[in-house]
Write a protein that binds this ligand. Structure first.
Ligand SMILES: *[C@@H]1O[C@H](CO)[C@@H](O)[C@H](O)[C@H]1NC(C)=O
Ligand SMILES: *[C@@H]1O[C@H](CO)[C@@H](O)[C@H](O)[C@H]1NC(C)=O
Ligand SMILES: *[C@@H]1O[C@H](CO)[C@@H](O)[C@H](O)[C@H]1NC(C)=O
Ligand SMILES: CC(=O)N[C@H]1CO[C@H](CO)[C@@H](O)[C@@H]1O
Length: 494
């Protein structure tokens, strides 16, 4: 119990505003320990696991900085500027994929705002049975990575990764080390925690829901709508709604260079040849009814239904009517006639119908043959601002701005990941006193007027290669098209 008492005492020093969070974190600690027992029971040969869970709990909640100053024993580098350094990670092996993935999440304003809103949320008692360990650990990690520092500092990403392993009762493959896979696991785990946590909502009455206040919105969730349109008849398909969290884009394999906008455009308007458009077929059938061999009243009735459906404009190019047995029997009796009908070309349009706050983009650069795989080194020119139409018909656009990039250098099977991370805008309010515009988790602040820092305007990004931090311009990143692998864009409101 000593450890728990100790932890609970430490929790109070965390910047938590809602007292319900104290009970909630206590619950999470108990959950951790139970999970750790199950995990260590299953891994009896690995008794270290339980110990690592305790050190993990400590690592996740202890506010005492475990950040080490790398240059403590040599000459200490110090900068008066707040934007010269940011905290990097200590490389303990092949974890640059993890370092870069976490770093890429740090400058996401909307993610920080989400965590901030979560901490403001008054957790009802009914919800204190749905743990969110990854949320808590991530809040803690981002909080530390965002702190303004004046000399180089590092911390280890493995506390976070061990937690992720324990949540899934398994190991994160250390041989795989792919930044995109890790990001996908983090995102899925966060979303799963979010959905489970808020599942209590369905048990509440409308009045009880009103009392809860604003429910934080998961910033990655969005939905795309996929619709097919026929070039010949202009008919459209029934739209399909697809929940989306990451834009998965295939880098063209036959070009040596392209632009991100081109890839997105191609994905958004994908042309498909040889499509059996049901509207075109129906038109043909309706115009050639006299030539059709119809063998019973059912078939004649069906043709009438087709006609009405076509006239009303309700017929879709992939209408369910084409699955109807009567329709199939008409086709069977008239194969020769209908065989004369040409196939259509259609375009598949993918559009956001719910726009996300953050768009992660994964550029798939893997190429495979029967025996080997290699990396597609196509030069993809990226842009700082992306625009997306929100619906097929309307001309309204939403804008997104580049916040971070994960770059990969090397071959398909080995290589090095680095992160370009946008600096916050620092405002100088006094001599040697700065504030920045990132909503730091748990530290509410009002943005004051001040002089913008010139070095942020000239070099708005950090290039973070594990513990090594340098400062780069936007153009530098936009010209790094052979290495860009994952991109994080964030909604611009203006
Ligand atoms: C991740 O960062 C930590 C801390 O800087 C570092 O020790 C580790 O080597 C990094 N991983 C890789 C693969 O560079
Ligand atoms: C096919 O269409 C006919 C006429 O509309 C309808 O009566 C019948 O139930 C449909 N069959 C199926 C399997 O949907
Ligand atoms: C990639 O394309 C950009 C923009 O066209 C160019 O500036 C850059 O030099 C290219 N990179 C390489 C390695 O060819
Ligand atoms: C099986 C088949 O094609 N049957 C008939 C469909 O309609 C045409 C034109 O009326 C006939 O020639 C086919 O025999």
């Amino acid at each position: 119990m000593g450890i728990l008492d100790n932890l609970i005492g430490l929790i109070r020093t965390e910047p938590i505003k809602e007292s319900s969070w104290i009970d909630y974190i206590k619950y999470n600690i108990v959950w951790f320990i139970r999970k750790a027992k199950i995990y260590s029971y299953r891994n009896r040969k690995n008794p270290w696991v339980l110990g690592s869970i305790f050190s993990l709990i400590l690592a996740s909640y202890v506010v005492i900085p475990t950040i080490t100053n790398k240059n403590a024993d040599t000459q200490i580098k110090r900068s008066k500027r707040p934007d010269k350094y940011t905290t990097g990670f200590i490389n303990t092996g092949n974890d640059c994929f993890a370092n870069s993935t976490i770093q890429s999440l740090v400058p996401l304003y909307e993610l920080n705002k989400y965590f901030e809103e979560m901490l403001m949320f008054k957790i009802p008692e009914i919800a204190i049975k749905y743990p969110m360990p990854l949320h808590l650990s991530m809040m803690n990690l981002l909080n530390r990575l965002q702190s303004t520092i004046h000399s180089p500092e590092t911390l280890s990403v493995w506390d976070f990764l061990h937690l992720l392993e324990n949540i899934h009762l398994g190991k994160i493959s250390r041989s795989q080390h792919d930044a995109h896979e890790l990001f996908a696991i983090i995102l899925e785990t966060l979303e799963d925690e979010y959905n489970r946590f808020f599942s209590f909502m369905s048990k509440l009455t409308d009045d009880e829901k009103k009392e809860l206040g604003k429910i934080p919105h998961f910033p990655f969730s969005s939905a795309m709508e996929t619709k097919l349109q026929c070039f010949s008849c202009k008919g459209i398909s029934k739209p399909v709604k697809i929940p989306t969290m990451t834009l998965e884009l295939m880098v063209p394999q036959t070009q040596s260079s392209t632009t991100l906008m081109d890839i997105i455009e191609r994905e958004r308007n994908e042309v498909i040849e040889d499509y059996s458009c049901f509207v075109c077929i129906t038109k043909f059938i309706v115009f050639n009814t006299d030539k059709l061999k119809l063998i019973n009243d059912e078939q004649r009735e069906f043709i009438q239904i087709l006609k009405e459906s076509l006239m009303s404009g309700e017929l879709r190019i992939n209408d369910d009517l084409r699955e109807n047995d009567t329709y199939k029997s008409i086709l069977f009796n008239n194969e020769t006639l209908l065989g004369q009908l040409k196939k259509s070309t259609v375009v598949r349009k993918n559009t956001f119908i719910e726009t996300p706050e953050i768009i992660p983009i994964h550029l798939s650069r893997s190429m495979y043959s029967d025996t080997q795989s290699w990396k597609n080194a196509c030069n993809v020119s990226i842009s700082e601002i992306l625009e997306f139409p929100t619906t097929l018909s309307s001309s309204s656009h939403v804008k997104y701005r580049l916040k971070s990039v994960i770059r990969h250098q090397g071959s398909h099977s080995s290589g090095h990941y680095e992160c370009y991370r946008r600096k916050p805008q620092y405002l100088k309010i006094n001599e040697d006193e700065y504030v920045n515009d990132i909503p730091e988790i748990g530290k509410s602040k009002s943005i004051t007027k001040g002089k913008k820092l010139g070095s942020v305007l000239n070099k708005p990004f950090w290039r973070i290669s594990d513990a090594k931090i340098s400062e780069v311009s936007t153009d530098y990143i936009l010209n790094d098209g052979k290495a860009v692998y994952m991109l994080f864009y964030e909604r611009l409101y203006s």
